[in-house]
Structures are given as C-alpha cells and as structure tokens.
Design a binder for this molecule. Sequence first.
Ligand code: ZN
Length: 242
Amino acid sequence: MTILVLSDIHANLNALEAVIQDAGAVDAVWCLGDVVGYGPDPNECVELLTRLPNMICLLGNHDAAALGQIPLSLFNREARVSIEWVQSILSPDCLAFLKALPDRVIMDNVTLTHGSPRNPVWEYLLDTISAGENMHHFDTQICMVGHTHIPVAYLSANQNGQIDRAAMRPGVSLKLTQRAILNPGSVGQPRDRDPRAAYALFDPQQMTWQPRRVAYSIGGVQQRIFNAGLPTRHALRLMDGW
Ligand code: ZN
C-alpha cells in the first residue's frame, strides 16, 4: 500500500501536478494543510485535490486565515496581501472544502496535523528540542506534520527522550522502527534551498517513508503570481527554494 503524503501546496498548481504525476499510482493521499496562500491557484489546487483517491486534508494556518478564523494582524504584510486576495477569489465549493478541514486526524498508528501535535495549526517543529517535547502529545507510533516547509524525520532514539534528526535523501526510504515525527516538506514553496517540489511516499505495511523531490515549471507559476498582482517576493523565492 502506498500513501502520497504532501503538505503546504500553497496554491501552486504546477508543483501539485508534478508531484501527482511523479508519485504514480497511490492508494490514498494525505495532505497536511496550507492548500492556499502565497500562490496563484487556490481554487484549481482544491479541485485537483478533491479528485484524488481516498484523500484526507488537514487545516493549515493559511487555510484558517482564508476562512477568517485567524486575525490577519498575525501575518506579515506580504502574507496578509495574499490571504486577502485568496478571500476575494475563493469559489463557494472551495470555501466549503476549507471550512470542513479538521486540525487533527488519526489513521491507525499515524497522527496527522499541520503544525505540531501540541499546537496543530501554529507551532513550528524546527529542532530536536521541540520535536522531543511534542513526542508526549500523540499516542500513535508516527506523527506527520508540515508547516515548516522543510523535509525532516525526528526519530525517538531511546527511552531517555533523545531525539535523532535523520538525513533526508530523496528516493532513499527510511525504515520506521521507532516513534517518529515526519515532515514531507512543501509542494508549492520549499524552504530548504532546493526549489524542487517536496513530498513523501508512506507504506504503512512495510513502515517505510520515502522523501522525494520533483522539478516543475516555476516560470508559469511566477507569471500567474505577477498577473494576479500578488507580492513579487512570493514569485522570486520559488527559484531559490526559500
Ligand atoms: Zn505553509
């Protein structure tokens, strides 16, 4: 069984299409939130997602902001401009889709959430200290998160609370034998200096996690960002993967 795990699409249709094609046939799709925000294609990305098999999607902070659930004052100016633009063009169907998103889902021995199990929509898991603290906030063996836009695997090394950060090599599978917090990285706005779209393939029977990267047409997305009048920084950063 193969599950496509992706996160932080951020309304980047070119990147989402490339990921779906590169992943090949999958049995299910788990999307860890932030479908909208920054990019030019929020409606198109939601429509494509909803056509995927056994698709589950979580609520991200940008999704919540688009719904008016988070004060815009908590975002920087450029993120705010992009959220206001999303609010102005979201179709009724997409609005209904976003409104129905849960902030935490448990699938057998996996907990799914956007930020962290301790604070599902907001906390960034950027180091082994915060990952270690969060190991106490889920009961399953595995927790999958997005939000930081950086692919990473935090592995519980021993009973003393030591956390190892595993190296992520695209295409190389990790065997999951211990408790772990896994992040597939970002489809639509990677921030690890690699501009290729990031995602992962999870096999719940073999208990393997394979981080993957795929190149896509960045120029087309940039052009649509310019055309929509969205902040140019959101277009330029795609080239640098930052
Ligand atoms: Zn995000």
